[in-house]
Write a protein that binds this ligand. Structure first.
Ligand code: UDX
Ligand code: ADP
Length: 456
């Protein structure tokens, strides 16, 4: 029976996952180590550095009982029976595979620290999304030591989505554990399965070989992103033909073989996983000589860029072909609702385009303003930020709604309309608002994949 778990990396994956494990496994001591002292201090204070509904409550059940956060990685490694690695794996920006392959420097550094400090038998668990066959590389590093430490490497990809991380962890559709097909590998899989068995029904714990687990994670994200790109492609047809994407997605989604979820047209997908994982998959296919397969998956990302561009082009076209010196209120900057995360948020590209058109852009978001300030740093005096959507819209020529925050549905649009320049435009990039009602209020409404409701 495991006694000590260590997780390296206290980010969006490591923090919530370890909090839920510690909550359900009071007999296991869980330590989470990170190089970022500020992050560690925030977690340890009970005020997590990330916004995630329900996380604080879970943390309160186990922090100081069997969960703690530390920067002292070297001291934590030798005590651990099992080490989860959830450090970041951004896309490479340099050298071979730049723009596609994963930058594995944090991973390799971590593997070397483990090798240096571990003793006895340690199970190392890949938690970050990684290119297929990373486990093999990690294993080679770990086996390169001449000490008597022994390692098993498992792949246990995380399927949580931000904003619903706690419920995804509490009631996962499945837990996937990949390991070596040897008696020792099977014993390691069993040890990890026992941890999840504290709260996950056994039929939901799937075991596979390591590469199937690694590939399943990339493929799952690629499938989900492909659905979003597919409906976004349909939204472009809708805007040209007078079809309504909401009606089309309801009609498609009621086919049980297709299903209703992930058919929401919008301004394109964002987040730290979809684009990164697809590009990883593309790189893998290229390396394997599967060029047609690579191009197939790449088109999902190409369509996503097109969708963002299409949104700003529609704005420019509707507003008499110029945005110069016009005021645009940007409602929402996070890559989706219920998170302060802006990694790969489509809002970044949209705002940059609006600024390039020399518009004045005022960004508002309930949780993501600190990140938005970092993402758009250096954009100059045409850019401003406010927490108050009413203030953002005051005197504006247009509202561009970019994140599906529920609170934007509750705003007083009569009041907003009264304070805006004339004619007032509303571009709903998420089909969040009641377009017909807003048209009645007096807006010229342009919602994704729907005919314009113009008063001009
Ligand atoms: C995703 C996967 O869902 C999760 O399983 C994996 O572990 C990590 O990547 P996440 O990035 O947190 O999770 O968010 P998700 O809810 O999948 O949304 C991704 C993007 O797609 C967001 O920008 C969202 O707005 C967009 N999206 C999603 C749509 O545009 N339409 C939809 O119908 C669904
Ligand atoms: P994810 O969304 O995959 O969880 P994050 O960027 O939120 O990614 O979290 C990754 C965390 O890993 C960060 O807090 C970062 O400081 C941490 N990290 C990166 N490299 C190391 C390392 N060598 N040792 C410990 N922590 C690390």
């Amino acid at each position: 029976m495991l006694k000590n778990i260590l997780c390296i990396g206290a980010g969006y994956v490591g923090g919530p996952t370890m909090a839920v494990i510690a909550k359900h496994c009071p007999g296991i001591d869980v330590v989470v180590a990170d190089v970022n002292a500020e992050r560690v201090a925030a977690w340890q204070s009970g005020e997590p550095p990330i916004f995630e509904p329900g996380l604080k409550e879970v943390l309160a059940t186990c922090l100081g009982r069997n969960l703690r956060f530390t920067t002292d990685l070297d001291a934590a490694i030798p005590r651990a029976d099992m080490i989860f690695v959830s450090v970041n794996t951004p896309t490479k920006t340099f050298g071979r595979g730049a723009g596609k392959a994963a930058d594995l420097r944090y991973w390799e550094k971590t593997a070397r620290s483990i090798l240096q400090h571990a003793n006895g038998h340690t199970i190392v668990v890949e938690k970050s999304t990684l290119p297929v066959r990373t486990a093999e590389a990690v294993e080679r590093i770990l086996k390169s030591g001449d000490g008597d430490a022994r390692f098993d490497v498992l792949s246990n990809p995380e399927f949580l989505a931000e904003g619903t991380a706690i419920s995804d962890l509490e009631q996962p559709d499945r837990v996937l554990i990949g390991g070596a097909e040897t008696p020792q590998g099977r014993a390691a899989i069993e040890a990890l399965a026992e941890v999840y068995a504290h709260w996950v029904p056994p039929e939901r714990i799937l075991t596979t070989n390591v590469w199937s687990a690694e590939l399943s994670k990339l493929a799952a994200n690629a499938f989900l992103a492909q659905r979003v790109s597919s409906i976004n492609a349909v939204s472009a047809i809708c805007e040209r033909t007078g079809a309504n994407v909401l009606e089309v997605s309801r009609a498609i989604g009621s086919d049980r073989r297709i299903g209703a979820r992930f058919l929401g047209a919008g301004i394109g997908f964002g987040g730290s996983c979809f684009q990164k994982d697809i590009l990883n998959l593309v790189y893998l296919c290229e390396r394997l000589g599967l060029d047609e397969v690579a191009r197939y998956w790449e088109s999902v990302v190409t369509l996503n860029h097109y969708q963002k561009r299409r949104f700003t082009e529609r704005m420019i076209h509707a507003m008499f072909n110029t945005l110069a010196d016009k005021r645009i209120a940007v409602f929402g900057f996070a890559f989706k609702a219920d998170t302060g995360d802006t990694r790969d948020s489509p809002a970044i590209e949209v705002c940059r385009e609006l600024l390039a058109e020399q518009a004045f852009v005022c960004v508002t978001d309930p949780k993501a303003l600190p990140a938005a300030r970092r993402d758009l740093a250096g954009a100059g005096p045409r850019l401003s930020f406010t927490e108050d959507p009413y203030q953002a819209a005051r005197g504006a020529d247009a509202i561009a709604l970019l994140t599906d925050w529920r609170e934007y549905r509750e705003l007083d649009y009569d009041r907003i309309h009264a304070g805006m320049a004339r004619p007032p435009f509303l571009f709903d990039g998420r089909n969040l608002l009641d377009a017909e009602r807003l048209h009645d209020v007096g807006f010229n409404v342009y919602a994704i994949g729907r005919p314009e409701l113009s008063r001009l």
